[in-house]
Structures are given as structure tokens and as C-alpha cells.
Ligand binder design. Structure first.
Ligand code: SAH
Length: 306
């Protein structure tokens, strides 16, 4: 077998993983934790739509909608007709159709209809493939995969002069995705984990059956992710944030909405409150998770980014 560039390997492994596995058994995401998450994002999108002047032909899109739970919650708050999903997994498309039957599905941004666009994406960018570079004595090398092992080939990519042993990850797919959105003046909300400042180092990890696994061991059985370099995205595309998830969700009314539902539904009160805590506690998901919004230059502050 020829050496395969690491990002190509990661793309292939994740496509196989999402086509064959129910990710929600392997790791918990915010919309799967509490219905409030999708509802708050629906309210966010509705406010943004108003800021755009309430255009009738608004498109609400979601990238990597998982089981469709986030969008189902968003549509309870803002029942908008033009819903578009970017999803490559046939298995997850079926799940999404069970919750949002009127959606239209796409492989990529290229086939979305023209018109004003609001896009939501939770834990999508982290699943996109990254290129991995490592600095050796002779210069930068790029990681490839061959026979389930890493091999390094000389890199052909402009990188800073880091010390020997340094690792850099470049998420070209995420940068291209955001550049495409920016080019059509979309408002896009990304929620994902990653540092506020670009940080060199290796962040790729694999989760299989709820446990950490070796990224190369059995491609297609583990979810491969990398930390999202929000600063790199914000350098390339006009953006608001990143802000920490706890500040963002609190400002959107996470605790008020949770209390309201808890009073209406006492049997669920405990679970709802625990989920809100888990989303906001710094040692859980509150601090590592960040929110970044792409928007045209000069756009007023978006909800949660004031
Ligand atoms: N947003 C959901 C699911 C997160 S898992 C949640 O928060 O629960 C990542 C999602 O991104 C899955 O739906 C997966 O199938 C999708 N995905 C991964 N790579 C993709 C790609 N290249 N194009 C489109 N969707 C992709």
C-alpha cells in the first residue's frame, strides 16, 4: 500500500464510522443531553433572521446534524420551511428524516439553493480531516499512514520555524468550508471544542465504544476528531467570537428555559438541571467548548456575542 496522507485517512475513517455506527452511544453531544440546546439555537437563528430583515426565502441549514435532534428542537421555536442538511452518512440521514421529514439533504455546500443563509453546526468541524506536520531536524515532515503505522514524508506546506519535535495540525477542510460560507455572506454558528488561541501540538483523538483508541488501529470503528482552530478560522473569515459555551448559552437563557421546563415537567427536572450544569461547568463542557459566528463585515453583534 502507498502511504496515504493523514487527512485523507481521517476522512475515509470517519465516513466509514458515521455510516456504520450510532455515534450517540460512543459520545454525548449537547443536543442529545437536553432539548433546551436545540431550542436556544432555534431562538438564536430566529433573532438573526429578524436582524437580516426577516427575508421570506431564508434558508436554515445544519452541517453534521447527527440524529436530527438539534434541528427538531430549533424548529419547535422557529418553524421555518426551508431546512437543509449537510450530511454524508446514509444511516444518519434516515435518523434525521424521522425527526425533520421536510428537510432537503446535501453532500456539500455547493448544492444549497441561493438566498440568505443561516447555518448551525455543533461538533461538525472537529470531525473534518486535518493535515498533521511534525518538525524534524531536516525540516517539516507530513504524516502519512501506511500499513496501520505513521510514516513521514517531506512537507510541501508553508509553516513557521517551530523547534524540532513540534507538531502542527492544519484543518484545510474546515477552513475551506468557512471560506465558502463567507463568500455567500452566510451567518454561521459553530460550536465545538478547541482553544481560543491557535496552539501548536497534536489534538487528534479516537473514540471507540466510549473509550479512547489508537487513531490508526481499526479505521471505521472509531470517531476521529481534532480540536478546532477557531483563531485560524477567524483570521481567514470575518467572525464574532470565539466565546466560551457557558457564557454563550447562559446569555441565551439556558437556565431560565431549563427552570421553566423543569417546573412544567417535574419528573424531568433533575435531568434537565444536570444537563444545563454539564453544558456550562468549566470542568465539563462549559469552557473547552467555544462558539464562533461567521457574518459579513459590519454586521451588528449577534445574540450571545454582545
Ligand atoms: N451535530 C450532531 C452530530 C455530531 S457528530 C450533534 O451534536 O449531536 C458529527 C456529524 O457530522 C455527524 O452527523 C456526521 O455524519 C457528520 N459529518 C462528519 N463528516 C462530515 C462531512 N465531511 N460532511 C458532512 N457531514 C459530516
Amino acid at each position: 500500500m502507498q502511504p496515504e496522507r493523514f487527512d485523507h485517512f481521517m476522512a475515509r475513517a470517519n465516513a466509514a464510522y458515521y455510516a456504520t455506527h450510532d455515534f450517540s452511544r460512543d459520545f454525548v453531544t449537547a443536543p442529545e443531553l437536553t432539548q433546551v440546546f436545540g431550542e436556544l439555537l432555534g431562538a438564536w437563528a430566529k433573532t438573526v433572521w429578524t436582524m437580516l430583515g426577516s427575508p421570506e426565502n431564508i434558508i436554515l441549514a445544519e452541517a453534521g446534524p447527527g440524529r436530527g435532534v438539534l434541528m427538531a428542537g430549533a424548529l419547535r421555536v422557529w418553524p421555518t420551511p426551508n431546512v437543509h442538511f449537510l450530511e454524508t452518512s446514509p444511516r444518519l440521514r434516515a435518523e434525521q428524516a424521522s425527526r425533520v421529514p421536510h428537510a432537503t439533504w446535501h453532500e456539500s455546500l455547493a448544492t444549497l439553493p441561493p438566498g440568505p443563509l443561516i447555518l448551525l453546526a455543533n461538533e461538525f468541524l472537529d470531525a473534518l480531516p486535518v493535515r498533521q506536520f511534525i518538525r524534524r531536524e531536516t525540516g517539516w515532515m507530513e504524516r502519512h499512514v501506511q500499513n496501520s503505522a505513521y510514516v513521514e514524508l517531506p512537507a510541501n506546506y508553508p509553516l513557521p520555524d517551530d523547534p524540532e519535535g513540534s507538531v502542527r495540525e492544519i484543518n484545510e477542510a474546515a477552513l475551506d468550508f468557512c471560506t465558502t460560507l463567507a463568500a455567500r455572506n452566510a451567518i454561521a454558528l459553530f460550536i465545538d471544542y478547541g482553544p481560543t488561541q491557535s496552539a501548536p501540538g497534536e489534538s487528534v483523538q479516537a473514540i471507540s465504544g466510549g473509550n479512547y483508541a489508537g487513531p490508526l488501529a481499526a479505521p471505521g470503528t472509531a470517531d476521529l476528531t481534532a480540536h478546532v482552530d477557531f483563531a485560524a478560522i477567524a483570521t481567514r473569515c470575518h467572525a464574532q467570537g470565539p466565546v466560551k459555551q457557558n457564557a454563550f448559552l447562559t446569555s441565551l437563557g439556558l437556565f431560565q428555559r431549563t427552570d421553566f421546563l423543569a417546573r412544567k415537567n417535574p419528573a424531568q427536572a433533575e435531568a434537565l438541571k444536570l444537563s444545563a450544569q454539564r453544558l456550562t461547568a468549566p470542568e465539563a463542557m462549559g469552557s473547552l467548548f467555544k462558539c464562533l459566528a461567521l457574518c459579513p463585515k459590519g454586521f451588528p453583534p449577534l445574540p450571545g456575542f454582545e
